[in-house]
Design a protein around this ligand. Sequence first.
Ligand code: E4P
Length: 217
Amino acid sequence: MKFFVDTAEVEAIAELNELGMVDGVTTNPSLIMKSGRDIKEVTKEICDMVDGPVSAETVATDADGMIAEGRELAKIADNIAIKVPLTWAGLKACKVLTGEDRMVNVTLCFSANQALLAAKAGASFISPFIGRLDDVNLDGMDLIADIRAIYDNYGFGTEILAASIRSVNHMTEAAKIGADIATAPPGVIKKMAEHPLTDKGLDAFLKDWAATGQRIL
Ligand code: E4P
């Protein structure tokens, strides 16, 4: 499973990128707002740092507006994936922009039928939002499983980008189901390294080592 980082915070991306953990980045208008940076400036900085796709989101609500914004965002770098919402207008924009050989990430997906339409419109990525479904007492992970089954049934090339990930368990489940990519906040990715038995085991080893009085260096 590829890891995308869901943030517009450059330092956090750089830290994970040094470890080879970053296969791409996703941003959205809320993340740009949180960063306090200019969208084109911060997106360019991220694109220069990361080899994989960097999603930058359009904000127009009509297809022509999304297409124009998408073309403008695509000028930032070759690795831009244009993000459009899963509306009828977004599907139209997806069709046009992918027809121009641009990567398109169709976002705000909450149903298997929406994901089916995005694949038919040629989307490069579909972003089902797990956490926001869980928030309203639905099972976000069921949606990932449904989309995986449907895409596999028909051999759609659209990659499933599990989004709105809130916990390390979401990462495990998305990987078990076979999501192509998971995009998660940097904190969730770092938390995947943690286990209380690792900490406990390390403490015990260090105490015993101290008792030997030896040094390695
Ligand atoms: C991904 O592309 C989205 O920007 C993101 O995962 C949304 O996550 P949230 O529901 O935690 O805001």
